[in-house]
Design a protein around this ligand. Structure first.
Ligand SMILES: NC(=O)c1ccc[n+]([C@@H]2O[C@H](COP(=O)([O-])OP(=O)(O)OC[C@H]3O[C@@H](n4cnc5c(N)ncnc54)[C@H](OP(=O)(O)O)[C@@H]3O)[C@@H](O)[C@H]2O)c1
Length: 357
């Protein structure tokens, strides 16, 4: 078994739960109970792997295997490039359980004869918190105040008023001057109303925002608009949050026409996938000063050094980190463990994104 170390005071409850399960159920089991070989990214600490069902043999899969590895189930590395490097060495995989929500690279790698599940639900809290933090950071001008802090020049704070009027077109003189904005009362458009979209809404409710929602299909209670209505909703939004999967239909969903429909000063937040927004159109909209944006995801990733987005004004960039809290891995492994339990019990799987043909 890889990894060492016990649990510590202050560790999240779910980690402690795994630790206590480990004490009674060692990760490696005797040969008489070995039934299913499950490959996992070798970098995950063994102490996080204690929640898997009886009858599972956990096989660490290195980023660069040196020989073939026989598996029944594969939990791929979080980083597609690492996982794709390992795949040619894997034999016998019938089920892939991703620890991520976005699985767009997996079907093309493993082909149609393998069932693919994602870790739906495991990202809800961390990605929703990132989204709320990104919205508040930009409305409270935190990136600007960070600049001032680095320079140590207090009086630069008055530039905030100019930023406000340049961004929103509101040229009235306020006294005291405007130094930041409010989220309360704004209209937030969620593009994607699945697991994470609903969690973002739950976290935004205390700010008394008006919510608009778009998904593939329309429904009521709460009202969700169909994807075809997106363009009619964009002009109403102060904040647009993209939280939908990367698919052929969502590729380039936000281009120059959609950006032009946004209000002066609107905030675009992309917590989903880079392919959903057209880079050139976004760069142009940001440089014109019409909108602001917060992006966690890019196309391509990593965002190359010198890419025009790095130097755009009114843009907050985080390098695809939104889900990656210490609580995330145990939560995702718990989703994977439940899927494995169902697989072994012959029960329907919960999070199938591709059924094997
Ligand atoms: N930044 C990060 O670190 C991070 C972390 C986790 C997830 N993500 C991204 O977030 C995405 C959403 O995750 P989730 O767990 O919320 O997924 P989910 O539960 O499957 O929900 C997806 C939502 O998107 C909607 N949708 C799909 N295609 C659409 C389209 N073309 N136009 C409008 N709406 C569309 C779906 O509509 P219906 O409800 O009608 O089906 C659904 O409401 C993931 O696929 C992943 O790419 C990013």
């Amino acid at each position: 078994m890889r990894g060492t170390g016990g649990t510590h005071a202050g560790e999240p409850a779910e980690m402690l739960l795994f630790a206590s399960m480990r004490a009674e159920e060692p990760v490696q089991r005797g040969p008489e109970t070995l039934m299913l070989r499950v490959g996992y990214p070798h970098v995950i600490s063994a102490e996080l792997l204690g929640g898997f069902p009886e009858g599972v043999e956990l096989v660490p899969v290195p980023a660069k295997p040196e020989s073939e590895i026989e598996l029944d189930v594969w939990i791929p590395d979080f980083y597609p490039t690492h996982a794709q490097r390992a795949w040619p060495y894997l034999r016998g995989v019938k089920l892939v359980i991703s620890l991520l929500a976005g699985t767009e690279w997996i079907p093309g790698t493993v082909g149609p004869h393998v069932t693919i599940c994602n870790a739906r639900g495991a990202h809800n809290v961390s990605t929703a918190e990132w989204t709320v933090a990104a919205i508040l950071s930009l409305l409270k001008y935190f990136p600007f105040y960070m600049e001032i802090q680095r320079e140590g020049v207090w009086k630069r704070r008055f530039e905030a008023s100019q930023r406000y009027s340049d961004m929103t077109g509101d040229t009235r003189t306020f006294h005291p001057p405007v130094m930041l904005e409010e989220l309360t009362g704004k209209t937030v458009l969620l593009v994607g109303y699945g697991e994470i979209g609903k969690e973002i809404e739950r976290m935004l409710v205390p700010f008394s925002v008006e919510m608009l929602r778009v998904a593939r299909t329309a429904r009521s209670q709460p009202e969700v608009h169909a994807a075809g209505e997106l363009e009619s909703l964009l002009p109403r939004a102060d904040v647009v949050v993209l939280i939908l999967p990367s698919t052929p239909e969502s590729k380039g969903l936000i281009g120059s026409r959609q950006l032009a429909l946004l209000k002066q000063g609107a905030l675009l937040v992309n917590a989903a996938r880079g392919t959903i927004v057209e880079n050139d159109a976004l760069v142009e909209a940001l440089k014109s000063g019409r909108i602001r944006a917060a992006l966690d995801v890019f196309d391509p990733e990593p965002l190359p050094t010198g890419h025009p987005l790095w130097s755009c004004p009114n843009l907050l960039i985080t390098p695809h980190v939104a889900a990656s809290t210490p609580q995330f891995t145990p939560r995702a492994l718990r989703v994977a463990a439940e899927e494995l339990r169902r697989y072994m019990a012959g029960e329907p799987l919960r999070n199938v994104v591709q059924a094997a043909v």
